[in-house]
Design a protein around this ligand. Structure first.
Ligand code: ZN
Length: 308
């Protein structure tokens, strides 16, 4: 599933190639992709509109149009935006097509922008920003965006340290921090040397600073690498190219392998409600809850696990 770095890579592609261009015509194939409104609403909303900007909030792509409406695209599990020559053979599961006029000033020939989505969890919506609270209410509920917002460890500490929720689901909660999914939550917690089951209330200020610093470092590095493209090759950029940050993953997808950070631990994979969590039991030692006594059973198991 595309996360912040992948969506940001697509956003940058849109900024380079689609912003400033007129949508002359739009086609909708699959109703499920435009389920929030209707095929007619999307076609009418896009036809004759010029794209003014390419923005991102968390995993949401937002493109204000000169009509006053905004185009929103969410890739969800398997969605892709692909730029192509007019009339090129479309891949299966191409559900929305936007025909873009050529733009002489920037040397862009006419093109088609395809929304391709095999599993159809993704969405294309055209909405009036004045009615955003009704049409896309989830946007107002999004938490801080690690790269788009001006913030620091103090704000992150306020969000995390009052919560008894474990760190992994806390980082995945889009109302807390917007844009992080399974891959980057695992990588950030590993780099910050924090166990995924640690509750937010157990965090010290220096833990929060580490999470903040590693979040910025990892997400920026992944954006520079064009995101992560896993073996399923589901995520590609606007030109159909994969990213390379998967080569820098230290725990995600490495269950059973020796940890490349410490060289001692073996990466473990836990599954909670259908989601997997990868961590190194040596780098990310469990910590006794604070305040309260250390439970002997846990301490003994922990020591045994680290002596291997
Ligand atoms: Zn390790």
């Amino acid at each position: 599933m595309p996360e912040l770095p992948e969506v940001e890579t697509v956003r940058r592609g849109l900024e380079r190639t689609v912003v400033g261009r007129l949508i002359t015509r739009a086609e909708v194939g699959r109703q499920r992709t435009v389920r929030r409104t209707s095929a007619d609403a999307v076609i009418n909303g896009l036809t004759g509109a010029t794209v003014l900007a390419a923005q991102r909030r968390g995993k949401y792509l937002l493109a204000p149009l000169d009509t006053g409406d905004t185009l929103m695209v969410h890739l969800r599990m398997t969605g892709q935006l692909l730029l192509s020559e007019p009339g090129a053979g479309r891949p299966p599961h191409t559900h929305v097509v936007m025909h873009l006029a050529g733009q002489e000033a920037s040397g862009h020939p006419p093109a088609e922008l395809w929304f391709v989505d095999p599993r159809t969890f993704g969405e294309v919506v055209v909405f009036d920003p004045e009615h955003a609270d009704v049409e896309v209410p989830e946007l107002a509920g999004l938490g801080l965006d690690p790269l788009a917002d001006e913030w620091g460890p103090t704000e992150l500490g306020t969000l995390l340290r009052r919560r008894t929720t474990h760190l992994k689901p806390l980082l995945l909660d889009q109302h807390v921090v917007a844009g992080i999914g399974n891959i980057y939550a695992d990588e950030i917690l590993h780099a910050a040397r924090l166990h995924p089951d640690l509750p937010g209330t157990a965090l010290r200020h220096r833990d929060v600073v580490r999470i903040y610093d590693e979040m910025q470092r990892i997400l920026n590095a992944s954006v520079r690498a064009g995101g992560s493209t896993l073996r399923d090759a589901q995520y590609v950029d606007l030109m159909g190219a994969g990213g390379s940050y998967q080569d820098d993953h230290r725990v995600y997808g490495r269950a059973g392998e020796r940890c490349i950070t410490c060289g001692r631990g073996v990466v473990r994979r836990l599954v909670h409600s259908g989601r997997s969590t990868h961590y190194c039991p040596v780098c990310q030692r469990p910590r006794a809850p604070r305040p309260g006594p250390v439970r002997a059973g846990r301490a003994i198991r922990h020591t045994a696990g680290t002596s291997r």
